[in-house]
Design a protein around this ligand. Structure first.
Ligand SMILES: *Cc1c(COP(=O)(O)O)cnc(C)c1O
Length: 390
């Protein structure tokens, strides 16, 4: 990427970084290099470093350059899933005996990975309320190496002060990791706020079309990059060329998508904020949300995710989740289409009975890019239907 592109605006970087035209044919879109291996000119004579697809692949490299540019970081790494990215990062920088401090409403799969896989490997963890800086401080021990932050969090949309937590983490010599999946780099850039590593499930907003599973890491430190790059190569959870292509393709429209996701979600949040069936609307763009001021300072918009706490409890929440039509009942988020999810039994089933358990009256919405009037009509009809059944 030319120096000029590096300094250009977000949408320009999303479209052009790493996505140079093919010099052989002039094809505007870089080709999908669906090849497992690369011919050598003589023994050890690699062309531009390409040898074997687990190590490097041009389509994946193009995505990795693009990812780094989105977050304003030095190094981007692409993986076969968000959890594969998290696993490679943690195994790359931790050893048995080390300790992680993790937020109390982190993504369920992140908790499961840290608790069950890393727990068995001898890495311990403490769970804290990340918005309470004193409790974060008191959870840090001599063995702590990583502070794991997710903001906005999933599914309760808690907002954590990235700059302040980075300061606390760095004072204790820790690596500060931010899972930026919910905001996406179009709305929030944790590295610029002081974090060391950004994690993404590119399955969500970056891919954006619910057609690919993938994960990413972006970081600045060369030494850490070498360790994690080695883990990517040696353990092998790389993204396939076709998946890398689909993710790059999705990223090119990220900026406009996040604008519309945010506008649509704000309209839905405003509708529910006035509704008597709803006890709490968890959306950081509402002034009533405890994280509103902080979100307004570290995010450029409030994003497309929101959760609802139903006054009528679990029954009402379940009925609503099964009554929408345009909002389809499915796990995942961040795609063009609207989805409804009942976290306690769907996305967050793995944390049932733990400190991370999601209240039974909560429903999560991933607000898509459909016409907002159609979305409002759908939730209005569904909430009426759910109330009538009572
Ligand atoms: C989905 C998700 C992950 C895990 O990513 P996969 O691509 O499903 O492996 C991690 N963090 C958050 C916030 C997510 O939403």
């Amino acid at each position: 990427m030319s120096a000029q592109k590096k300094n250009s605006g977000f949408a320009t970087r999303a479209i052009h970084a790493g996505q140079d035209f093919d010099p052989t044919t002039g094809a505007v879109i870089p080709p999908i290099h669906q090849s497992s291996t690369f011919v050598q000119t003589h023994i050890g004579g690699l062309r531009n470093g390409y040898e074997y697809g687990r190590g490097t692949n041009p389509t994946r490299n193009a995505l990795e350059v693009q990812l780094a540019a989105l977050e304003g970081g030095k190094h981007g790494l692409s993986f076969s899933s968000g959890l594969a990215a998290e696993d490679a990062l943690l195994r790359g920088i931790l050893l048995p005996g080390d300790h992680i401090v993790l937020g109390n409403d982190a993504y369920g799969g992140t908790y499961r990975l840290i608790d069950r896989i890393f727990g068995a490997w001898g890495v311990t963890h403490s769970i804290v309320d990340m918005s309470n800086l004193r409790s974060v401080q008191s959870a840090i021990t001599e063995k702590t190496k990583v502070l794991w932050v997710e903001t906005p969090s999933n599914p309760l949309m808690k907002i954590t002060d990235i700059a302040e937590l980075s300061e606390i983490g760095h004072a204790a010599g820790l690596t500060v990791v931010v899972d930026n999946t919910f905001a996406s780099p179009a709305l929030q850039n944790p590295l610029a706020l002081g974090a060391d590593v950004v994690v993404h499930s590119t399955t969500k907003y970056l891919g954006g079309h619910s057609d690919v599973i993938g994960g990413a890491l972006v970081l600045d430190d060369d030494e850490m990059h070498e360790k994690v790059r080695f883990m990517q190569f040696a353990a092998g959870a790389v993204s396939a060329p076709m998946d890398a292509f689909l993710t790059s393709r999705g990223i090119k429209t990220l900026d406009v998508r996040m604008q519309r996701h945010s506008e649509n979600a704000a309209a839905i949040a405003a509708y529910f904020a006035e509704h008597s069936a709803i006890e709490t609307v968890f959306y950081p763009g509402l002034e009533s949300h405890p994280g509103y001021t902080l979100a307004a300072s570290q995010m450029s918009r409030f994003g497309g995710m929101l959760s609802l706490g139903f006054a009528g409890g679990e029954k009402m929440a379940r009925r609503f989740a099964e009554s929408t039509q345009l909002f389809q009942l499915a796990e995942s988020l961040g795609g063009i289409e609207s989805l409804v999810n009942y976290p306690a039994e769907m996305t967050h089933a793995s944390v049932a009975g733990t400190e991370l358990a999601v209240p039974a009256n909560v429903v999560r919405l991933s607000v898509g890019l459909e016409n907002v009037d159609d979305l409002l009509a759908d939730v209005d009809r569904a909430i009426g239907k759910a109330a009538k059944k009572r």
